[in-house]
Design a protein around this ligand. Structure first.
Ligand code: SF4
Ligand code: SF4
Length: 346
């Protein structure tokens, strides 16, 4: 696979050029200084400043493919008319995604075609191309644990293009045929790399991994849960403390719960959360998970056990957002530490 260089001053022109062929999304600072993915074509006249060295991205890029709220169809003259524009026609280019978030998208790709094909989501990912920019320092100090989950800070495979920050330039690796095609198509922006660039990249990746200091026994926790459920007390203690705000779920790159509801003009779906009591309440009013601890158990066991059993992928990618967003300091990394280190952390 090809290895190239791109100078930082050429990135903005590359993005603008690529926007002729792709529906481009990239991280840019908002008015509060936070970075969010923005869509280039909406901002054509005034390109917001690209921000590839961001140290935090509160909302994961799942929202590009799985919007917080979307119309599924509209009622017209008593008939349901499909929403024919649930996605933009051009393939999407996600420029500047982090390794853990790419793993999150790949998990969602599997989820949305696992039991039935979700045309809304799958329509949006068609011909998607991702440019991963590896983290050279942890995005969330003492909160992210991608090294333990084997989801970052760089990937060995399953990416289209991977960028490593070398200072003035990025080292660019192609990891798929689509990535190779991109390099070829926009070849004027990329330069040949030398052996010293490859060596420096190896060194930078090594240092980046070492800088992720939060290490947990991620696969030990999966193994433990696979062997059987945990005692109820483990979940009860977390459930008593959790205020069930769902912040941790909405910001989680792999959480995909949604609810569907009709209004007078059509049908919508929006993000939901499995820890809400109403999520599993049935029409008969029976609720199989009426107790808080049962919903807590479901959340953790789903991510670390059932997802792994059914897809071979964990429903947690170690991004640390849940711990960062929780007002009462609960996070899946702490849960993993508690069950693998046999000590009370939360
Ligand atoms: S469970 Fe927490 S650490 Fe894991 S992917 Fe979701 S937000 Fe990130
Ligand atoms: S963010 Fe914290 S308090 Fe809110 S639902 Fe998640 S674990 Fe509970």
């Amino acid at each position: 696979m090809s290895k190239k260089l791109i100078f930082k001053e050429d990135i903005e022109s590359l993005v603008k050029k690529a926007a002729l062929d792709f529906d481009v999304y990239f991280p840019a600072r908002d008015s509060s200084g936070d970075c969010q993915f923005v869509r280039f074509s909406e901002e054509k006249k005034n390109l917001p400043k690209l921000c590839l060295d961001y140290d935090n991205l509160i909302i994961p890029p799942k929202s590009i493919f799985f919007p917080q709220i979307e119309r599924m169809f509209t009622f017209k003259k008593g008939m349901a008319v499909e929403n024919t524009q649930p996605h933009h026609l051009l393939p999407k280019l996600i420029f500047g995604i982090r390794a853990c978030d790419l793993r999150g998208l790949q998990f969602s790709d599997v989820f949305f075609k696992r039991n039935f094909a979700d045309k809304y989501y799958l329509g949006r990912i068609k011909n998607r191309l991702t440019v991963l920019v590896g983290c050279t320092k942890p995005l969330r100090e003492n909160k992210c644990f991608c090294v333990s989950a084997k989801t970052g800070p760089f990937l060995e495979k399953d990416f289209d293009l991977q960028f490593t920050d070398l200072g003035r330039s990025y080292f660019v690796e192609a990891g798929s045929k689509e990535g190779e095609r991109f390099l070829k198509k926009y070849k004027n922006f990329f330069k040949d790399s030398g052996k010293e660039d490859s060596l420096l990249t190896v060194e930078i990746k090594k240092k980046a991994s070492e800088s992720i200091t939060l290490r947990v026994d991620f696969f030990g926790a999966i193994k433990k849960l696979m062997k059987g459920g945990l005692p109820q007390e483990n979940y009860q203690r977390i459930g008593e403390r959790c205020i069930y705000c769902a912040g941790c779920l909405y910001v989680c790159p792999t959480c995909t719960c949604f609810n569907v509801f009709d209004y007078k003009d059509g049908r919508l779906r929006n993000w939901d959360a499995c820890i809400f009591e109403g999520y599993t309440r049935e029409a008969s009013t029976h609720n199989p998970r009426v107790e808080k601890w049962q919903r807590t158990a479901r959340r953790y066991e789903h991510k670390l056990k059932y997802d792994y059993q059914t897809t071979g992928m964990s429903g947690c990618v170690g991004c640390g957002r849940c711990l960062e967003s929780c007002p009462v300091n609960i996070g899946i990394s702490k849960f993993i530490q508690e069950i693998t280190e046999n000590k009370k952390i939360m």
